[in-house]
Design a protein around this ligand. Structure first.
Ligand SMILES: [Zn+2]
Ligand SMILES: [Zn+2]
Length: 164
């Protein structure tokens, strides 16, 4: 989706509301395609005293297995994007400024990049997910397993063998 922002750039105090959905189902994240549902993008581009700003929030639904316990789970993430738009570069080191050539901005591409950068590296079913027991494979969110009590300290085991 390419926006033509010429009317915004040329008119002080003019704004354009944005309300759209983007299909990110083809976005490959950690060897999967977790953004199955369309992302909702809302916000605006506005000209305030000659400075053109973009302010949007991208809401994505992340649908994948928990990295710790392997359970399928869905999380919603809000990715705010705040940028100043300019038609030429004044300061190349400023990440806050996006240069729009010919007043055209590819909003889809911008949102896609920002979403990929801001999603957490680990996808967890809940913040304090306990994961699975390395020994018996039980999901420890459902309660403790019996391994911890049964496990024999290997040093004690050796001692036991020596005593035989
Ligand atoms: Zn989990
Ligand atoms: Zn166990």
């Amino acid at each position: 989706m390419v926006l033509d922002l010429k009317p915004i750039f040329l008119n002080d105090n003019k704004s354009l509301s944005l309300n759209c959905e983007f299909d990110f189902s083809g976005v490959d994240l950690n060897d999967g395609f977790p953004l199955k549902k369309p992302a909702k993008v809302s916000g605006s581009v506005y000209n305030r005293a000659g400075v053109v700003n973009l302010s949007v929030v991208c809401v994505v639904e992340y649908d994948a297995m928990c990295d710790r316990c392997g359970k399928e789970c869905t999380q919603n993430y809000e990715v705010p994007i705040e940028r100043v738009l300019a038609t030429e570069v004044f300061n190349e080191d400023n990440d806050e400024i996006i240069v729009v050539e010919d007043y055209k901005l590819d909003l889809f591409e911008l949102c896609r990049c920002e979403v990929i950068l801001s999603l957490p590296m680990k996808h967890l079913c809940k913040k304090d997910c306990k994961g699975v027991c390395q020994n018996c494979g039980k999901n420890l969110n459902d309660g403790p397993c019996n391994c911890a009590t049964q496990k024999v300290d290997p040093r004690l085991k050796k001692l036991g063998e020596l005593l035989k």
